[in-house]
Design a binder for this molecule. Structure first.
Ligand code: PBG
Length: 329
């Protein structure tokens, strides 16, 4: 009489499998990253992100209406800043008429109910491609957080629902929260990139925004003095707890797939929503392998997104959001 327990009974057909399924992905899970450029009628494919585009503001309207129609209700905005507007302090980031500020208004105008999140970091605005101001061979922490707070305020003023600081400077959540409160933006939320690793998977994103670090004043061309060492696990909890203490409404782990242990560690100890960013390199790998016919694209996309949610993600920022909701509908 062995085995008494036959686990295959619960897998024997789709009806029983769907009854016992533990993780379901839905349009409610997604945040859609959008890349925005200056110009008119621009829809440029990003070379290292096949099927993903940079849009000018006139075309972004149509895109967000389509997203809303698919049940996708949150976007995360990134802008590609013209080279001549970049400087060390990222001054253009706080221009009230800058591309990001106009983009927020455009999206809110097109679909007022859409949740608009904005990337807050200096790298797309920095002539050195860094997330902080550089002086004497160093990335200056406190000078940078002061600018990030101003940048967040300027996004809040044009209607951003959430700001999403992705820079990894110390103390930025406190600076941002304090300034937003002082200026009366009590309802503007903060989604903090709290455990963000110095990952090689951001390459295609830096192509998309032309924001890769360059040689500058003896500062290394990598982001290892502010983004986390991929070898570290306990540190992710420390970073995340600090951001929650400073006022983060939502915390984030980034990238996704290589860091699912971190996602679960954090999910087990925090009581705020946890987001995961499935980053550009993760997107590019699936696209490249399926172009070669080596992987089943749709199946791999759904498997990875399910794995991220199963690990503990309450929401996922993903370049696959649109394709995924079409696949599950
Ligand atoms: C900017 C920022 C980056 C990403 C999101 N915000 C790049 C970086 O830190 O170098 C990466 C997203 C992706 O690869 O999809 N600070």
């Amino acid at each position: 009489m062995f085995p008494l327990r036959r686990n295959r009974r619960l897998r024997s057909n789709e009806a029983i499998r769907s009854l016992v399924r533990e993780t379901i992905i839905s349009p409610n899970d997604f945040i859609v990253p959008l890349f925005i450029v200056e110009g008119k009628s621009v829809k440029e494919e990003i070379a290292s992100m096949p099927g993903y585009y940079r849009y000018s503001l006139d075309l972004i309207e149509k895109e967000v209406k389509e997203l809303w129609g698919l049940g996708l209700k949150s976007v995360l905005l990134f802008v590609k800043v013209p080279e001549n507007l970049k400087d060390n302090a990222g001054t253009e980031a706080i221009n009230p008429e800058g591309l990001m500020q106009r983009a927020v208004k455009t999206v809110k105008n097109a679909v007022p109910e859409m949740l608009v999140m904005t990337d807050v970091a200096l790298d797309p605005y920095s002539s050195f491609g860094h997330d902080g101001v550089i002086a004497d061979g160093k990335i200056l922490n406190d000078d940078t957080t002061a600018i990030l707070a101003e940048m967040s305020l300027s996004h809040a003023k044009v209607g951003a629902d959430f700001v999403a600081p992705s820079d990894m400077m110390d103390g930025r959540i406190f600076e941002i929260r304090s300034l937003l409160e002082d200026e009366g933006f009590h309802d503007t939320g903060i989604m903090s990139y709290s455990a963000k690793y110095a990952s090689a998977f951001y390459g295609p994103f830096r192509d998309a925004l032309d924001s890769a670090p360059v040689d500058a004043q003896e500062v290394p061309k990598d982001k290892k003095t502010y983004q986390m060492d991929p070898s570290n696990r306990d540190e992710a909890i420390r970073e995340t707890m600090m951001d929650i203490d400073e006022g983060a409404d939502i915390v984030m782990v980034k990238p996704g797939l290589c860091y699912l242990d971190i996602v679960r560690d954090i999910k087990n100890v925090v009581n705020v929503p946890v987001s995961v960013y499935q980053v550009s390199g993760e997107y590019a790998m699936i696209k490249a392998a399926s172009e070669k016919g080596w992987l089943d694209h749709d199946a791999v996309v759904l498997e990875q997104l399910t794995a991220i949610k199963r690990a503990g993600a309450d929401m996922i920022a993903s370049y696959f959001a649109k394709e995924a909701v079409k696949l599950i509908s």
